[in-house]
Design a binder for this molecule. Structure first.
Ligand code: RTP
Ligand code: MG
Length: 141
């Protein structure tokens, strides 16, 4: 398996619940290293650009409004198979369908307020890491 980097966001619901530390601990506990991080309030333009791939979807406006409803914690995770490993730790998009012990099963309330975002493939990881950390390479060295 390759050493990878992936973009992770702790969404406004989880930040508001005061569980940033618990979620970061899960990444660290699974052997993922936090190699960049920032706590920010996204602008509407930021959120629309970041989720541009979902622009035509019926949930786009709700998604953007939710992502700007409060601060988010954004980090780059590095490790062997980091992209898939992070998705595994996150659990299914809908917390009701997420496996027990996953971040979404334990901290998310709904498909909209679902605690975390994670890049879903090497191509999206490259775009998403560069979006929030300009100049940062996804290929760990
Ligand atoms: P994310 O991008 O946030 O990591 O989540 P994901 O890959 O598991 O899900 P994705 O299909 O990329 O959707 C992005 C976010 O949009 C919201 N969503 N709502 N109401 C709905 O049917 C619906 N589907 C997706 C979720 O908040 C999801 O995380
Ligand atoms: Mg996604």
């Amino acid at each position: 398996m390759a050493l990878e980097r992936t973009l992770s966001i702790i969404k406004p619901d989880a930040v508001a619940k005061n569980v940033i530390g618990q979620i970061l601990s899960r990444f660290e506990g699974a052997g993922l290293k936090i190699v960049a991080a920032k706590l920010v309030q996204l602008s509407r333009a930021d959120a629309e650009a970041f989720y541009a791939v979902h622009k035509a979807r019926p949930f786009f406006n709700d998604l953007v409004n939710f992502m700007i409803s409060g601060p988010v914690m954004i980090q780059v995770l590095e490790g062997e198979g980091a992209i898939a490993k992070n998705r595994e730790l996150m659990g299914a998009t809908d917390p009701k369908k997420a496996e027990k012990g996953t971040i979404r099963a334990d901290f998310a309330d709904s498909i909209d307020a679902n605690a975390v975002h994670g890049s879903d493939a090497p191509e999206t990881a490259a775009v998403e890491v560069a979006f929030f950390f300009p100049g940062m390479n996804v290929y760990a060295r």
